[in-house]
Ligand binder design. Sequence first.
Ligand code: AMP
Length: 547
Amino acid sequence: MLNGLMMQAPLAIASLIQHAERFHPDVEIVSRRVEGDIHRSTYRQAHRRARQLANALTALGVSRSDRVGTLAWNGYRHFELYFAVSGSGAVLHTLNPRLHADQIAWIVNHAGDKVLCFDLTFLPIVEAIAAHCPGVEHWVAMIDRDRMPKAAQVPLHCYEALIDGHSERFAWPEFDENLASSMCYTSGTTGNPKGVLYSHRSTLLHSYAAALPDALNLSSRDAILPVVPMFHVNAWGLPYVAPMVGAKLVFPGGQLDGKSLYELFEAERVTVSAGVPTVWQGLLAHIESAGLRFSTMNRTVIGGSACPPAMLRLFQEKYGVQVLHAWGMTEMSPLGTVASLKAKHLGQSAEERLPVQYKQGRPIFGVDMKIVGDDGQDLPWDGKAFGDLWVRGPWVVREYFKGEGGDPLQHDAAGTGWFPTGDVATIDADGYMQITDRSKDVIKSGGEWISSIEIENIAVSHPAVAMAACIAIKHPKWDERPLLVVVRKPDAQLSAEEMLRHYEGKLAKWQIPDAVAFVESIPLGATGKMLKARLREQFRDYRLAGT
Ligand code: AMP
């Protein structure tokens, strides 16, 4: 055996911000912040503050592999935490503030967060969960000193005071590239939320691949505005790719309405953005009604849910913004496929190319995929046969945190482990994948998961309910919304209003079903399992009020 004779240099997240400071020190990081103003920083400043923060975290007792949680918008402080926490060998755990406080507390405890840093917007969540999260030793408010809340019910540190109080001298430690760097919980599976634990290696490899021309095509000439939250799979990796390539970063904070986004796109000369279809609907509605144009934005990444064809056309044909339709998952860091065109499509008319762009796309290098039938056998890549989509690669999950849910992988005849995505898809002869359905029992509304099982469990805890099933109904704004189908107990009285009231306080408001349909029976399979597919078929033409 003859090994190569090249250096062994572990892939490390801190190297991204080091590189950005060395080669792009004055490139800006612009944030709309909770304080209400626009804040301007640079890679040089971000690196300095990340080093100070790393010292501050060490002083708070954070050591290697400890989890540091965040409840925060997209902003420069969150960006600094990305590097300070992972760079010092701890694990950055981004929490989704849109969940109900009880769900957040459960996730904080499951992850074992030791420190929790939060934007002031989320102080009510912190006050609601603190007593239930005994493992959290420090709560850090990400706000200027003079804006610190006077009468918080929880003892707080001020992020800025922590930074000011510490030296900017910090040498990023070297460690194995397989060390855990960050984690994100997904509710896009059945059962409890599950933690996906990324490593320095998986994050760096994903960043290299995401930047490629046929992937997100990012460079130092770009100004990137990630609308996708930094608590959703690390804003699709953009906070890592931007310093890798030296791109300007523009963070929108909590103001995600069309007008606020448009103003930021224009003022900061944004060239590329990324987000779920629901966000783009708000933006398009605003520019359509006000008769505006984009002066610098030339492309946008749309994923998280299928991009509606009309949206793709409007962006491209009327506004000259190229749409990159992408597909991925929390379990995939998240990028899997991008619908970028091949040379063979260039000679085609725009009309002929559109069906290719409507698809979820072809894998970026590093992701392997296949579709299989119920028997686990490979299905042909003919664009017609559809089956379960399986993936593998160096940034695909192997196991959930603490082994939750058991072994998630499926093994093919050759014994190779694949991650079953829970999506059902076709793949055509050119390798473009198109999602046709979902086999996992969850609902995606505005880019956020709703667990149908959780909704059903709450329904059957009502004394008048004999059986309940929750299914997704198509919605023009939110993509999908939950409909609850209920069989009442014999002689029981129960109205839709009463049923929905039963959810109050148990779920986040947006997770509560939009409507209740009462039926005589729900179709059951041989083993007594509810046949959701049959039910979905039965309610295919159901229209929610106001749609
Ligand atoms: P998440 O883990 O929240 O990123 O959700 C991943 C899931 O969202 C995938 O398994 C799909 O079900 C869905 N998804 C993501 N991107 C797309 C897309 N472009 N089209 C359709 N569904 C998508």
